[in-house]
Design a binder for this molecule. Structure first.
Ligand code: NAI
Ligand code: MG
Length: 338
């Protein structure tokens, strides 16, 4: 029996986590869910966006499944997602973007794995207005040799372990000669230890264009925090959108599995959100727990569901009336009949 922290989250979070839990339970893997609050729900329940007991629960269980958390724009409490990543030193943000048969998108056979540095640079929250008039503002982005080395190494280790052929280092070392330069230099050095994996490097702006033009030329991508955040949404757009893009935040001591997307307040509470991203993240979680067969069951069932336009939510087929719950039910049925 595994014990896993479950954070339902805000907006569409509770409905997609409920769907993910249903699907995980259908695989037969026994999990005891330790439900905890964070984000707006944390404030409501405990007057704290990141309550002590939530942190304690993750520290003890080492694995969490998390719905999206709302963060206000330009004000309010600091991002709880960022705080959690820092708290548990989850330096790897692993975000696969894979095409699914039947999901409308511009390309077929996209299979990209993004490694985004998850702690440093512009997300470290070192920022301030320079005066009371807010006449200027400064955000400090620090990139360390240590942080760069471990994320690039994680990308190459993954490539080697998973039969991947190429790692692309994405940077802006032409303009940010120090921070970008350091990341690129360290990246190239780590690459020398992996002569069996091809390595190239591409400047971020060109990378955005190349990904849109021909995503199939890429395999594993490794990049800094902000570029990785932007490029992972871009990559999800290449395979059908945020509805099908899972992610994992991984450190040495703990791992938190979530969707790439946010709390989608525009569609919250309507039973129309696509739970696929969090369900795919659940499969990543099962792999992490060593439950490969259960993970494969979920992948197979999701592939089967996504192939049928009458079984998907309306983000994937505007004519469909299938809701979040019903969608999860189709996946559960496929798991049970396979
Ligand atoms: P968002 O990812 O929530 O939504 C962007 C667009 O995609 C919206 O039109 C939304 O309806 C759609 N969408 C997202 N997930 C979907 C799903 N599962 N099914 C169907 N459509 C879906 O991004 P947005 O609106 O920029 O941010 C909303 C809030 O989420 C913000 O407070 C932001 O800080 C937070 N956020 C949290 C994240 C996390 O918890 N890891 C990640 C990204 C944003
Ligand atoms: Mg993002």
């Amino acid at each position: 029996m595994y014990r896993v922290t479950l954070i339902p989250g805000d907006g569409i979070g509770p409905s997609i986590t409920e769907a993910a839990v249903r699907v995980i339970e259908a695989t037969g893997v026994a999990i005891s869910w330790d439900e905890q609050q964070a984000g707006l729900a944390g404030i409501e329940r405990h007057k704290d966006p990141l309550p002590e007991q939530t942190i304690a629960s993750i520290a003890q269980n080492k694995v969490a499944l998390k719905g999206p958390l709302t963060t206000q724009l330009g004000k309010g409490f600091r991002s709880v997602n960022v705080a959690l990543r820092k708290e548990f030193d989850l330096y790897i943000n692993l975000r696969p973007a894979k095409s699914f048969e039947g999901v409308p998108s511009r390309y077929n056979n996209v299979d990209i794995v993004m490694f985004r540095e998850n702690i440093e640079e512009f997300y470290s929250g070192i920022e301030h207005y320079i005066d009371a008039q807010k006449s200027a503002a400064e955000t400090i982005g620090i990139i360390t040799r240590y942080g760069s080395e471990r994320i690039v190494r994680a990308a190459f280790d993954y490539a080697r372990a998973n039969g991947r052929k190429m790692v692309t280092i994405v940077h802006k070392a032409n303009i940010m000669k120090f921070t970008g330069g350091l990341f690129l230099e360290v990246g190239r050095k780590v690459a020398e230890e992996f002569p069996d994996i091809r390595c190239n490097d591409v400047i971020i702006d060109n990378m955005a264009m190349q990904l849109v033009l021909n995503p199939n030329q890429f395999d594993v991508i490794v990049t800094t925090n902000l570029f990785g955040d932007i490029l992972s949404d871009l990559c999800s757009g290449l395979v059908g959108g945020l509805g099908v893009a899972p992610g994992a935040n991984i450190g040495k001591e703990a791992a938190i599995f979530e969707a790439v997307h946010g709390s989608a307040p525009d569609i919250a509470g309507k039973d129309i959100a696509n739970p696929s991203a969090l369900i795919l993240a659940s499969a990543m979680m099962l792999n992490h727990l060593g439950e490969q067969r259960a993970a494969e069951k979920i992948y197979a069932a999701i592939r089967e569901t996504l192939r049928n336009p009458h079984e998907v939510t309306r983000d994937l087929n505007p004519d469909s009336a299938v809701g979040t719950k019903q969608f999860a039910e189709y996946i559960v049925q496929h798991i049970k009949t396979n």
